[in-house]
Write a protein that binds this ligand. Structure first.
Ligand code: MN
Length: 715
């Protein structure tokens, strides 16, 4: 069992002057809260956090990480809280403990292998601080070392999870030794017989090959010396799981696997690495297709090395890795080693700055722009623009950052999306605009009668959800327009004493074709939208039937329905209609912010009036539709203002200045004098919306001599 002094000693090997009081305090605290708890091994529970903290100290991590290692199970398994830990050990430690606790609480349940990559990504995304993951890996490593005490079912589950999730994660961070140990441990629990057999056999063979390994190392060293390259040569057996995997994958026996040993040549500079490669290739024949240059193209975890396989002195394949000392450190110790190396020069001068890398590591999570390319690539890898959430049954779903329960609902099924009324996240009700967070467990609440709304387009992030919502709106609006179009046509036909239902039965298709619509419904929908007028349909019908006694209709000039819409209608939204033609009424010149209504004209789309426009009263009520301003479209709207002033010199200039000062454009200005010693001006000015208009009006009112300002209601 690891003792606290082992940890403190280890810390002092790389931080001789470190103040370890926080670590000691955490030890006392952890001993107190875990008191009485036992591991399945029969040891006191405290042995586990101690072992985890020691693994972290072995990796030369900072004091916060080691403290968090001692406390990592406190929140999950005892009565202590993140708040309490924050107060006692600082926010830095509390955040790490909190992150580890959250990862531990995810229940992956089934389908692990299928979802492994998503789970890995989710854990990475949840580990906003890289130290969370380092503590979690140390935790898993110690649990794997003591896995034999677990019941068989749990043993298999944990080993499987380790192989699928945590070993690849340690590989992604480049911590090779943890990866190898996790894999071999998982292997021994998942395939105990195969593991024992292979272990025995490999040991026998390696024993027999000791002389061979020494011989190869000797040949390499000698040859390098000939070219005056100083180097270290290592011959290391590959770990058992990698041999096992190779046998499985290539379906071969151990006899057919020659490269049980990987040789490694470690040199001083990159140039020397390439030189050494040339020497190796001249010494032994390289196997084609096996050379990999990770020096010029490092892996995402910053691993750098040259890899080659050659036919060795006895005709067998040998794998050889060639790299510098620094690269070797990164390869074996991972991300931490990289930063130690980066700060290496400073380190010698100033021991205290040894942990600069960790500070940097935390800083680059805040800084969005870091000039160093590899940082960016690691950052991207660690913090993807995605969130990973779970269904109540533990299935993982991936969404773009900012996704909401609506996206989640549509990802399950279109119908679930359409009828979604709310969601529970981690058991609590949330609004539909809630942004999903990594690790959230999301449950959608539906109601049969609920329908999508156009507002959903604003909160849906995925293209799938947006497409489904649009599709629904389109169908819905087609239905509405169809019934409106039918209604309008029916009335128009009645007006001309024509039979609408026999028209539908007999001639509607022909008329639709003439008016270049694909179907009768399309034509009626267009009438509902106001894209064509019902009277156009009637005229076509009359022409077709040669109804002679209705000259008046035929003689009318045809109004061509204008297509496309004018920019002035950009700021208006009509009940989910996307492509409708819009005019702003000239009589009342509405601007955004005004209460407005729409009027379906005959053949000229929809005209927008102010609600208080005197003309509205005379509009047919069933052609009126609800409209709304969209927000902030950046378009200016003309508005007409009547200004009455005293008949003095310079009034026009003064009022014009006031309008300009309120940041409005003047399009037109007219002046009339009146016999009662007042001047009447009419201005057409452009404003953004009603509050801008208010500003303009109050600006004019402040001009001395102005007696009255009014917005013109009707021309
Ligand atoms: Mn633990």
């Amino acid at each position: 069992m690891i003792r606290i002094n082992d940890i403190l000693d280890q810390i002092h090997t790389y931080m001789p002057e470190a103040d370890t009081s926080l670590v000691e305090k955490a030890y006392v605290y952890s001993a107190k809260v875990h008191a009485g708890q036992m591991r399945l091994s029969g040891e006191p529970y405290l042995s586990h956090p101690l072992a985890v903290a020691y693994i972290l100290a072995q990796q030369k991590l900072d004091l916060s990480s080691i403290t968090a290692g001692l406390l990592h199970d406190a929140v999950e398994d005892t009565l202590s809280t993140t708040e309490e830990i924050g107060e006692m050990f600082g926010q830095d430690v509390a955040r790490i403990v909190d992150g580890v606790t959250k990862i531990s609480q995810i229940n992956f349940q089934s389908k692990i292998q299928k979802q492994a990559e998503n789970i890995r990504k989710m854990i990475l995304a949840m580990s906003k601080d890289i130290r969370v993951l380092l503590v979690k890996l140390a935790d898993r490593l110690h649990n794997m070392r003591t896995l034999e005490y677990q019941k068989e079912r749990k043993r298999i589950k944990i080993a499987r999870e380790t192989l699928d999730i945590y070993a690849p994660l340690s590989s992604r961070l480049g911590i090779d030794w943890i990866k190898r140990e996790l894999e071999d441990l998982a292997f021994s629990f998942l395939y105990p017989e195969e593991y024992q057999d292979l272990k025995k056999e490999v040991e026998t063979r390696l024993g027999a090959r000791k002389a061979y390994v020494e011989e190869v190392k000797e040949i390499i060293s000698k040859k390098m010396a000939e070219y005056s390259l100083s180097c270290r040569v290592l011959g290391r057996p590959k770990h058992l799981y990698s041999i096992f995997r190779k046998m499985r994958r290539q379906n071969v026996s151990l006899d057919e696997i020659y490269d049980l040993i990987a040789f490694r040549i470690i040199l001083r500079t990159v140039t020397e690495c390439y030189e050494a490669l040339g020497i190796v290739h001249s010494l032994w024949t390289p196997v084609p297709g096996r050379f990999k240059d990770y020096i010029s193209l490092p892996k995402a975890n910053m691993y750098q090395s040259l890899h080659t396989t050659v036919i060795g002195p006895y005709g067998e394949r040998m794998e050889i890795q060639i790299r510098t000392e620094d690269m070797d450190k990164v390869a074996t110790e991972g991300i931490a080693a990289h930063w130690l190396y980066k700060e290496g020069k400073i380190l010698k001068k100033e021991q205290r700055r040894q942990f600069e890398w960790l500070k940097r590591l935390m800083e680059w999570q805040k800084e969005l722009e870091d000039p160093r390319e590899f940082l960016e690539s690691v950052r991207m890898d660690l913090f993807p623009d995605e969130v990973y959430v779970l269904t109540p049954s533990g299935e993982i779903k991936e969404f773009p950052m900012g996704a909401t329960p609506i996206d989640f609902a549509y990802s399950i099924h279109t119908e679930v999306g359409h009828h979604c009324v709310g969601a529970k996240v981690n058991g609590k009700m949330v609004p539909l605009k809630y942004q999903l967070q990594n690790g959230d467990v999301v449950e959608i609440i539906t109601s049969k009668h609920h329908k999508p709304s156009r507002d959903w387009l604003k909160i849906a992030r995925t293209s799938r959800a947006r497409a489904r919502i649009r599709q629904w709106i389109k169908t819905e609006e087609r239905e509405k327009s169809l019934s409106l179009g039918k209604d309008l046509c029916l009335r128009e036909f009645k007006k001309h004493r024509l039979d609408f239902s026999s028209f539908l039965k007999e001639d509607a298709e022909e008329v639709a074709r003439i008016l270049s619509f694909k179907t009768v419904d399309d034509m009626l929908i267009a009438a509902g939208y106001g894209k064509i007028s019902p009277s156009q349909i009637v005229r076509r019908y009359v022409k077709l039937k040669h109804v002679e006694d209705d000259e008046e209709i035929i003689g009318q000039e045809e109004v061509q329905a204008p297509r496309g819409r004018k920019p002035q209608g950009e700021g208006i939204q009509i009940q989910g209609h996307d492509d409708i033609m819009i005019h702003l009424a000239k009589c009342c010149t509405p601007v955004p912010g005004d209460e407005v209504i729409g009027y379906i004209t005959r053949g000229r789309g929809v005209t927008i009036h102010r609600e208080d426009c005197p003309n509205v009263a005379s509009l047919e009520p069933d052609r009126q539709i609800e409209v709304a301003w969209t927000t902030d479209d950046g378009v200016n709207y003309p508005v007409m203002l009547n200004v009455v002033t005293a008949d003095e010199k310079g009034m026009l200039a003064a009022v014009s200045n006031a309008i300009s000062a309120a940041e409005a454009n003047i399009l037109e200005a007219k002046v009339y004098t009146s016999p009662d010693n007042s001047a009447h001006f009419t201005f057409v000015a452009e404003v953004r919306d009603s509050s801008h208009l208010k500003k303009v009006i109050s600006g004019i009112k402040r001009v001395s001599g102005v007696m009255k300002v009014a917005r013109q209601a009707s021309v």
